[in-house]
Design a protein around this ligand. Structure first.
Ligand code: CTP
Ligand code: MG
Length: 417
């Protein structure tokens, strides 16, 4: 069976070398492509299928910043996060706290990583894990030193050149069998050795044999303001704020749009209706080419309306046989993709269902949660209301269900507006 892997992200430092008089926020919470550096780092690790758990070690003063940073992660990734723990006054002490927090999690391997390296790649993680799988005591992402190295002995003294053959610059992640590295860390702590600046130097001290793995020159650590600027350029080139990988914060999306949608489906012989993706028992079903989910259809039209991108019938013609019986969340997922392609997100959905029967009240919460799940937004950003039409018209005669939807979409504000 494949071994399980956890990640430990150290984020308890103060970033003193980057602090500026006008902004002394620790570097791991500074914005990069519109999101905190830590959000990118956690996202990059959480998207790796082999990493099933992540613990972040934070400074006690940063709890609020941490919670904001993780709120930007897609839900399927944030669910890998364990409760954060507080670090110590050196990196090594912070790592020990993270290892102790992971000790009940039954992980075979742990990858220890700096929060300040947001460009860690899936390939690096793959290389580290395969080194451990082939029996190494530890594996280190590193890049071969390319510059000529000079040693200065002080002003006025001649420079000397250091032979760079065999020299590598250590990066993180650094990966280890979990029990072995916890043991080494506990031993170092019990011998009052708190001065190791990375985990492989501590492991070497404990006689572990470490294997070098090719890192990535792009996987640099943000240490100074110049690094943060370089990171911003690299993020732009890589399309890092791409909505498919991380959600842009709503506050960054200042072009606020609203769309409306309306749909009607007639009743037919059947035993349940599907509203907002939730099955509601009834003495009839709704007639339609797809699953006739009148609520999702209205939401999809409202979503398309907010971005001025046609309507559901244009993208999914009823005449097209491939949509026969289709589950309507596919239509809404397509509309959400169109919003994402513009760099936007759905901020709110409000729905009014018009019918005499079935009674919506008892099912309201289930419908709300289902819409929230399909649209990947919190349920607090979804509203479901219902009304009768006082026995008037086709809904009043119980011939079908009508739904009105209003969807708020937030997009980046174009530079020229
Ligand atoms: N770190 C930590 N606990 C500490 C010190 C550092 O968790 N007591 C973390 C940092 O948050 C960072 C990583 O270890 O992600 C590497 O450390 P470094 O780059 O030195 O970060 P800082 O110590 O925050 O920066 P500086 O040295 O400039 O103050
Ligand atoms: Mg430091």
């Amino acid at each position: 069976m494949a071994k399980t892997a956890a990640a430990l992200v150290v984020a308890a430092g103060r970033g003193t070398r980057l602090a500026a008089p006008d902004n002394n926020q620790p570097k791991q919470y500074r914005l990069l492509a519109g999101l905190p550096v830590l959000t990118h780092t956690l996202n990059a690790l959480a998207k790796h299928p082999r990493i099933s758990r992540i613990v972040t070690v934070i400074h006690p003063d940063d709890e609020g910043l941490y919670h904001e940073a993780v709120a930007g992660l897609p839900r399927d990734r944030s669910k890998k996060l364990l409760t954060e723990v507080f670090g110590g006054d050196t990196r090594q002490k912070s790592v020990v706290e993270g290892l102790r927090a992971l000790s009940g999690e039954n992980c075979d391997y742990v990858l220890i990583h700096d929060a300040a390296r947001p460009f860690v790649t899936t390939d690096i993680v793959d290389r580290l894990l395969s080194s451990l799988e082939s029996g190494a005591d530890g594996a280190l992402a590193a890049s071969q030193v390319a510059d000529t190295l000079k040693k200065s002995l002080g002003d006025g003294k001649p420079l000397t050149t250091i032979d760079r053959t065999g020299l590598w610059a250590a990066q993180t992640p650094q990966a280890f069998p979990f029990d072995r590295i916890l043991d080494a860390h506990e031993r170092a702590a019990s011998q009052q050795r708190h001065d190791f600046t990375d985990d492989t130097s501590l492991a070497e001290w404990d006689n572990m044999t470490i294997r070098l793995c090719e890192g990535d020159p792009g996987n640099f650590k943000i240490t100074t303001m110049a690094d943060l600027k370089r990171a911003e350029q690299q993020a732009k080139i890589q399309g890092m704020s791409d909505h498919t990988s991380v959600k842009t914060r709503l506050s960054e999306l200042q072009d606020i749009r609203n769309g409306i949608g309306y749909d009607v489906h007639a009743f037919d012989e059947g035993e349940a209706v599907i509203l907002g993706g939730a099955e509601i028992p009834h003495t009839r079903k709704l007639k339609g080419h797809s699953d006739a989910d009148v609520v999702l259809h209205a939401i999809t039209d409202a979503t398309l309306g907010a971005i001025g991108d046609g309507d559901i019938g244009q993208h999914f013609p009823p005449s097209d046989q491939q949509w026969k019986g289709a589950s309507s969340d596919r239509f809404q997922h397509d509309a959400i993709r169109r919003v994402s392609d513009l760099g936007g997100r759905i901020a709110h959905i409000d729905v009014t269902i018009v019918c005499e029967e079935p009674k919506i009240g008892p099912h309201r919460d289930r419908i709300r949660k289902s819409i929230s799940r399909i649209c990947d937004i919190p349920a607090s950003r979804v509203s479901v209301k219902a009304t009768t039409s006082e026995k008037l018209g086709f809904t009043g005669r119980k011939e079908g269900i009508a739904t009105l939807a209003s969807v708020t979409v937030r997009l980046p504000l174009p530079e020229d507006e």
